[in-house]
Design a protein around this ligand. Sequence first.
Ligand code: ADP
Length: 228
Amino acid sequence: MIFVENLYKTYGHDSAATHALKGVDLEVKAGEFAAIMGRSGSGKSTLLHILGLLDVPNSGSVLIDRKDVLKLTEGQKARFRLAELGYVFQEYSLLPEMTILENVYIPAVCLGSENGYRKRAAELLEIVGLGERLKHYPNEISGGEQQRVSIARALINRPKILFADEPTASLDIASATVVLELFKKLNKEMGQTILMVTHEPEDEKHVDRVIWLKDGIIDKDIKSNINL
Ligand code: ADP
């Protein structure tokens, strides 16, 4: 699903240069639920942003579903992100003036879907446990619930890969557990491929694989079959 070779990313120049990624090779297979972990500044977000086509590396290659995504034009990349990739960030970024149902189906409208998206949005909200709250507005639900809406929104266009960047960092422990259990369910029951950056040691037990980054390189790559 994702195939990365020799990825380098440097921010800034000369004496102000920060070498965030220093030769990352990585393969993520369809159906995996993998976490990227490591200390702050180890390059986790940089790697996730490059794989999610939100940033570009200085060198190296990134294939997603055998497509050389670094060769896409900006327009093709925007379309690829919308149609093939889903994102969940620490902040939920819901539109306050829209209901949660509308928030979930907006990416389908942006993609030009003509029908069926309202029903799918309602089904996804049911899956994330908010089937009774379709007409509510974001400020009428809790932070954990808003994050579950953002997960439903990320899935509306049936992404090949769901990218999550510190998805539980703003949540209390109980809400964070609900979100992690939800990711696990989406992975196990729907086969959703998920790549998640986290610094919560707790999250390790929910995933199949932990890719440990240290100073811009992969230090350890630990696959467990406990959850398989
Ligand atoms: P992590 O997600 O593991 O905390 P990051 O990928 O955010 O690590 O950062 C890796 C390194 O790159 C850090 O030293 C960070 O300060 C630096 N960095 C990240 N983003 C930028 C940026 N936009 N400009 C300059 N340096 C950056």
